[in-house]
Unconditional design. Structure first.
Length: 344
């Protein structure tokens, strides 16, 4: 490998590291910096304070909700506020019982174990987790058949914080063992998103006009992760084109990302266009829409539809998906006669 190749590789590696560090830097470092989710903040703060006063470790906590709302951020914040070490893994990464045993036995007393996407945890692994959460022991089976025997290992006290985007797929026995609470993260208001963007722009040393800030906020799908992503891309666009980061620059940057004035992306608009043009606005079944879009059903249900429903552009009925009058208006389609008659 030449010196030029080495330099290019180092640049790529450093770039990836810088971007990762940037995402970490945007995370709040204390409760005052964490914007939104007040009901969760209040409950968790009481839980942590009470545990500290009793000299106990905090109880196990489960956070659930759509992606990008701050589940991982909350886990990191709890670790910082309690001064504890956090070990991070995910459900799909723990493939075997041995993987979980290795993680648990390497914890120190008082550590926080964060498992992301816990609904994807192997069922065999999940059953080993029950006594670990409840009694602080690890049951290991050695051997097979009649000669098999169980060894019970004592584990150091630890707090499990788990996150999932699909709480219905978390089994009831596992869910019930989160004695500290099961908390749902709600979508943010535009005002809260604007506060998050304001804070992030300061951390990025980016001057942002108030109109530009509000323009990003209203297109951010009520999600902090999306807001920070848009902010970074608008900053890049302004830097490359040597422009001030004003409202027009934001519009230009987001137009390149195919994000319209209410936050719909190309996939969202394609979904509505197919629903209106090919199926007269519905009702249409999920399987039919998935085939027409060449998308998986889960992608439509979990990625595309929630935001469209929130904006009142789509309805899920017993007969299928239906485009609302607002969807026709936003995309510039004429209302069909039957919909016009209902308005009269």
């Amino acid at each position: 490998m030449s010196s030029t190749d080495i330099k290019q590789n180092n640049t790529k590696e450093n770039g990836q590291a810088d971007e990762s560090f940037l995402d970490q830097a945007l995370r709040p470092t204390n409760w005052d910096e964490y914007i939104g989710q007040k009901h969760i903040k209040d409950n968790v703060q009481i839980l942590l304070k009470a545990a500290e006063e009793r000299g106990h470790i905090p109880e196990h906590i489960l956070f659930y909700g759509p992606p990008g709302l701050g589940k991982t951020t909350l886990a990191h914040l709890i670790a910082k506020e309690t001064g504890r070490q956090i070990k991070i893994t995910s459900g799909p990464a723990i493939e075997k019982v041995g993987d979980l045993a290795s993680i648990l036995t390497n914890l120190s007393s008082g550590d926080i174990l964060f498992i992301d996407e816990i609904h994807r945890l192997n069922k065999m692994v999940e059953e080993i987790l029950y006594p670990a959460m409840e009694s602080g022991v690890l049951d290991i089976i050695i051997g097979k058949g009649p000669s098999a025997r169980t060894i019970q290992l004592d584990l150091p006290p630890f707090t499990l914080i788990a996150a999932t985007t699909r709480v219905a797929l978390v089994s009831s026995p596992l869910r019930s063992r989160f004695s500290g609470g099961v908390f749902r993260l709600e979508f943010y208001s535009n005002e809260e998103i604007a506060e998050i963007i304001k804070r992030s722009s300061k951390l990025l040393n980016t001057e942002l006009e108030i109109d530009a800030l509000n323009e990003i906020a209203k297109r951010s799908r009520f999600t902090p992760r999306t807001a920070n992503y848009f902010l970074k891309r608008c900053r890049d666009f302004a830097q490359v084109h040597k422009k001030q980061l004003d409202k027009e620059t934001v519009k230009g940057a987001l137009a390149m990302l195919s994000v319209d004035e209410i936050g719909l992306n190309a996939s969202d608009r394609k979904f509505l266009e197919i629903l209106i043009e090919k199926f007269s606005g519905g009702p249409v079944g999920l399987k039919t829409m998935a085939a027409a879009l060449s998308e998986e059903e889960a992608t439509i249900e979990e990625v595309i539809e929630p935001y469209l429903i929130q904006l009142g552009l789509l309805e899920r009925t017993a007969r299928g998906r239906v485009a609302t009058n607002k969807a026709y208006e936003h995309l510039g389609f004429d209302l069909p006669k039957d919909k016009q008659e209902k308005l009269i």
